[in-house]
Design a protein. Sequence first.
Lengths: 287, 171
Amino acid sequence: MAALLEFLRKYNYWFIFILLEVASFVLLFRFNSYQGSVWFTQANSAVAKVNRIYTNIEAFIHLDEVNAMLTEQNSVLQMQVSQLREQLKDAKAEPSINDRHILDSLSGYRLYSAKVVSASIVKNENYIVIDKGAADGIKPEMGVVGGGGVVGIVSMVNSHHSMVLPIINRNSRISCRIRRTGYYGSLTWDGGSIYYANLTGVPQYARAKRGDAIETSGYSTMFPPGLFVGKVRDTKPAPDGLSLQLVVNLGTNFGNLRDVTVFENLHKEEVQELIERNDSTISNHTN
Amino acid sequence: MIQTYIRHIGLLILLLAMQVLIFNHVHICGYATPMICVYFLLIMPLSTPRWALLLWGFAIGLVQDMFANTPGMMAATLTLVGLVQPKMLTFIGGVDEEDNKEDETAPSIARIGMFPFLRYALCGILLQCTVFYLLETFSFFSIADTLINIAGSTLFSLLIIWFIDSIRGNN
């Protein structure tokens, strides 16, 4: 402490010097337009750099909102398109086959846009949580689709959030088909890369080629038929030796999934009821 | 003692008057402008406290800035000169630091000799002109012009300070 005081006493003029120089430079930059402008622009270019980074971050944060808005808008537009198609069908005597096909595939489904709020992609039992729940009309076993393709199936709901069982979960099983030939199989995932899944149970005579598109078959009530899932990357015989196993390059990138659409099948109950009635008939017979 | 102070203050006012009324309007060939107020700092005796040198430098610079409308430039310059003045006096002026600690007489040609004083004054003036012109141009864009400014003003200032010191020495 004494040494410090001694130091301050001996070198106090340095502090005075710095103080006076700072005062001079403040005057210099404050009252001289030229030096002030040079200082201002130099300091500003540094500030501008920081500001640019900040703006980028801000834009990135807003991107989120923009994205959600676009997805929302997209699903609204999709519904609008389907409604308009319907009106068009009524207006036209003979709608084109293509129009009817699209209309058929979308009619009977209601779309909800949602945002992914939490996701795990590094485990074997991965999950995704979305920000829509029972209060918004989400029910279990609804199909979930993202911009790149099919994402998964709603497994649990609470009032404002839902848990989605994605394709990249070992318990996931989605009925899919090869778009070119129509042969179908079951899409499963056995851990490992989040970019690839397996289409199993495809007959060996289904000549699948690398690059063939895989889409939903529509055999389950969750997805309308024809939704893109991924592309065939590799074909190999299944371990059972009876069928073919296709390695599918998934269209959805689970690493950066943000906005998704949930599909509600409006006729699910009817289909379910038929299946249940059939099951009970069979069990009645066996009894 | 009091007389010395009064003479000092009188000299300072004279220097400032000459500077702001005459020399600030002199631009020989558009380059050399004498800056003579540094003389007041140069003749501060070694016994002057260093903080006093700094404050004098700042104050003189500030007054000069007010009249020349260059706020801060001269103040920054003369504060720096005030900081290094004692070191210049001992190393360049050849005045022994230990022997002259208590010395209260001002350095001058008569006191430390013609050549050491001019050497010492040249250094002080050169430092002043360099810092001042660098602050004034505030860029290295027209470095040649700046160097001519510095050299011209230094020589011209040195001549005038030599002249003033000679007059004072004869009195």
